[in-house]
Design a protein around this ligand. Structure first.
Ligand SMILES: NC(=O)c1ccc[n+]([C@@H]2O[C@H](COP(=O)([O-])OP(=O)(O)OC[C@H]3O[C@@H](n4cnc5c(N)ncnc54)[C@H](O)[C@@H]3O)[C@@H](O)[C@H]2O)c1
Ligand SMILES: CC(C)[C@H](C(=O)O)[C@@H](O)C(=O)O
Ligand SMILES: [Mg+2]
Length: 351
């Protein structure tokens, strides 16, 4: 097993180092190699996704990714900004299926901003399409019109096969869970989303055992706060999935808890927390490492078929939460907190 480790920027290096420590505590045999990406890639070799980094990823069996983003590089042209690294990797490996599970741990019910009875026992899975939509649609740009007015424009687009393949992934995931799938779109306004709904319904004919429902994204955002337990598996496009998964993270208590897996048709995967480089807390040793540790567990499960090892990590995380370890983002007011390192130490000890 060769794991390509891409720490990135901000808290990225802090949290990937801890996830690696947890992986090493499992006594598995794997090889890791690290490379710069994002702002670190730009500083090292003038590009957010340096050629050598991409090559290393191509020669590996899976990618463990921290986060990219560096506000001091925001004035660079888009192609050179740190975020292009993660977008470039998703595109280069065709990682169209993004799994973003959101679980409410019993011990963290009170860390949620919602009432305990609204979130207790919540277990939802957002499947976000990751290589299409307004993120990649052409044409795009900033242009000056004849009257001298500048305008920015992006194109939302999805082809039928792109919708079909993510719909299949979502129906299959729903089949393994509670056989309920909710497709989130904006079919009332956008042609792209009208096609989305039509195609999801057509694919659904192959999964008569899965109950399919549809919801507009604005209502979905509201329902996630009103009654999130009505959902089980949700499938949606790239942009809506980005926003709804950040929202869903707060049902669980913190964005520092949510892992993700981004997979292609051959089950090659990139694993990363859903959060970003968190420049406001970078270098302070206070970031919650659990999202990255849980992403490593997803890597063991999806890329290496090591379900037992993945479960061991997930149980260790549950145990440390039950033992009362809290980073600042999930702490209740007035109670003591631990830093990034101590939280990971506790996970390693629990293992
Ligand atoms: N996949 C990625 O690499 C990725 C994802 C999202 C954002 N970004 C980038 O990250 C940079 C910062 O973006 P942002 O501030 O909008 O979002 P962010 O997710 O980095 O941070 C949002 C808030 O959540 C907090 N937070 C995030 N992760 C945390 C953790 N593990 N523990 C505790 N608190 C945590 C941060 O301190 C901040 O207050 C930007 O450059 C953005 O483009 C990258
Ligand atoms: C950094 C950015 C490109 C990325 C996205 O929008 O997909 C991030 O927000 C995420 O959720 O992984
Ligand atoms: Mg996001």
């Amino acid at each position: 097993m060769k794991i390509c480790v891409l720490p990135g920027d901000g808290i990225g290096p802090e949290i990937t180092a801890e996830a690696l420590r947890v992986l090493r505590a499992l006594d598995l045999s794997f090889e890791t190699e690290e490379a710069p990406v994002g702002g670190a890639g730009y500083r090292a070799s003038g590009h957010p996704l340096p050629e050598a980094t991409l090559k290393l990823a191509q020669q590996s069996d899976a990618i463990l990714f921290g986060a990219v983003g560096d506000f001091s590089l925001d004035t660079l042209p888009r192609e050179l900004r740190p975020e292009q690294a993660i977008l470039g990797l998703r595109k280069a490996f065709n990682l169209f299926a993004n799994f973003r599970p959101a679980l409410v741990y019993p011990e963290l019910v009170h860390a949620s901003t919602l009432r305990p009875e609204v979130v207790a026992g919540l277990d939802i899975l957002i499947i976000r399409e990751l290589t299409g939509d307004i993120y990649f649609g052409q044409p795009r740009g900033i242009r000056t019109l004849e009257n001298g007015v500048r305008e920015g424009f992006d194109t939302m687009r999805y082809s039928e096969p792109e919708i079909q393949r993510v719909a299949h992934v979502a129906f299959q995931a729903a089949r393994k869970r509670n056989k309920r799938l909710c497709s989130v779109d904006k079919a009332n306004v956008l042609d792209t989303m009208q096609l989305w709904r039509e195609v999801v319904i057509a694919v659904g004919a192959e999964y008569p055992d899965v109950e399919l429902s549809h919801i507009y994204v604005d209502n979905a955002a509201m329902q996630l706060l009103k009654n999130p337990k009505q959902f089980d598996v949700m499938v949606t496009g790239n942009m809506f999935g980005d926003i709804l998964s950040d929202e869903a993270s707060m049902l669980t208590g913190s964005i520092g808890l949510l892992p993700s897996a981004s997979l292609n048709e051959n089950n090659f995967g990139l694993y990363e927390p859903i959060h970003g480089s968190a420049p406001d807390i970078a270098g302070k040793g206070v970031a919650n490492p659990l999202a990255t540790i849980l992403s490593a567990a997803m890597m063991l499960r999806f890329s290496f078929g090591l379900n037992d090892a993945a479960l061991r990590i997930e149980s260790a995380v549950k145990k440390v939460l039950a033992q009362g370890y809290r980073t600042a983002d999930i702490a209740e007011p007035g109670l003591s907190t631990v830093g990034t390192r101590e939280m990971s130490d506790a996970v390693v000890a629990a293992l």
